[in-house]
Design a protein around this ligand. Structure first.
Ligand code: BV8
Ligand code: ZN
Length: 304
């Protein structure tokens, strides 16, 4: 049966669901000016993910990868959460959650929010509500626990030696990245930064070995999940998908696994799937609901 695009039917499903999970992809942040991956001007159309988004690529050319991620960090830093980020974050406000999702069981509030994006805009949308006093200290703590950035964050670094993980909005992460090429330049023609001048553990370029955790001088890597690496939070995600009565899928081509398999997992257990996308996407003909258009409009309108 073709997916329904009847807002009333969707609202009825939302109001009766005891467990709701949200899964987002790059389309959620498109409205904030962050390029998607596979659209006409997508990142993976212009660049080679094997060179830029794999551990092997990092071993082969850490300088090119750091320049690629440095420019993406800056793009994400300059971006602002859009209406869809803010709407999804507002589901963590108890009164909003109660009004829109009245059947959610207590331990399912707010709904689990899985994002494939590493731009941290969903985190920043929560922080904005907290600054506005719409989320208490306790509520934002719970909301952040219910947000799984399954592909990591571009604002995290991981030391390749001592494994220290650091979260920072600082930019550039080292002097050598300050004058890097603008995003979109071909990887081949970026300058070659010596390994010693790339981001190092403890923030200083390293001249002597030290085994101090967090300042060992080791080479840092971007804290994102590359192809061939295991995404984060899969244990909790698998447990929750088993019981999900409704999976809301926002702005993903549903081509990257394991996230691409979540729709089938929910449907196989008789849960419902609602897809919000600008265009048709993989598997959406099997969805129960399909709302085409920019999610920063469709997602917000449907709940009015
Ligand atoms: C793993 C970080 C083993 C780096 C990313 C099974 C079958 C086939 C392949 C595999 C498989 N299992 C594993 C694989 C290999 C691989 C994979 O899936 N390859 C695919 C591409 C063939 N997967 C992996 O390697 C994963 N690891 O499997 O480990 C394992 C797993 C489990 C347990 C044990 C071992 C790791 C995947 C993570 C890779 N890292 N990013 C970087 O990006 O720099 S992936 C990258 O793709 C991003 O994270 C992105 O979020 C993600 C998914 O892409 P989308 O978000 O969907 O973006 P896209 O551009 O494709 O689509 C955007 C959509 O938005 C479009 O539909 C568009 O229409 C829509 N849109 C646009 N504007 C709007 C909109 N919608 C609404 N409103 C708008 N305004
Ligand atoms: Zn270290």
């Amino acid at each position: 049966m073709a997916p329904s695009s009847d807002p009333q039917a969707f609202r009825a499903a939302i109001k009766s669901a005891k467990t709701v999970i949200i899964l987002a992809g790059a389309g959620l942040s498109a409205g904030s000016g962050i390029p998607t991956y596979r659209g006409a001007d997508g990142l993976w159309i212009k660049q080679d993910p094997k060179k830029l988004a794999t551990p092997e690529g990092f071993k082969a050319d850490a300088s090119a990868i750091w320049q690629f991620y440095h420019s993406r960090r800056d793009t994400c830093l300059q971006a602002q959460p859009n209406a869809a980020h803010t709407f999804l974050a507002s589901l963590s406000i108890p009164s909003v959650c109660e009004r829109l999702l009245p059947s959610l069981s207590d331990n399912e509030k707010p709904p689990l929010f899985i994002t494939q994006n590493f731009d941290s805009l969903s985190t920043r949308a929560l922080e904005a509500l907290h600054e506005e006093g719409k989320l208490s200290d306790e509520e934002i703590k719970i909301a952040k626990e219910r947000l799984i950035e399954m592909h990591g964050s571009v604002f995290r670094t991981i030391c390749t030696d001592c494994k220290h993980v650091k979260f920072t909005y600082d930019t550039p992460l080292c002097p050598a990245l300050a004058s890097t090429e603008e995003e979109g330049g071909d990887v081949e023609d970026v300058k070659k930064i010596p390994l010693a001048e790339l981001p190092r553990c403890g923030g200083t370029s390293w001249n002597g070995r030290s085994n101090r955790y967090g300042s060992c001088g080791g080479l840092l890597r971007p804290g994102v999940v590359w192809f061939g690496e295991v995404p984060e939070g899969l244990g909790e995600i698998a447990r929750k998908l088993n019981w999900a009565e409704l999976l809301i899928v926002v702005g993903t081509s549903s081509l990257v696994h394991p996230a691409a398999s979540f729709q089938k997992t929910v449907r196989d257990r008789r849960g419902k799937v609602a897809v919000f996308n600008l265009n048709r996407s993989e598997g959406d003909d099997l969805a129960d609901f399909l709302f085409l258009g920019p999610c920063e409009e469709t997602l917000v309108d449907i709940f009015q």
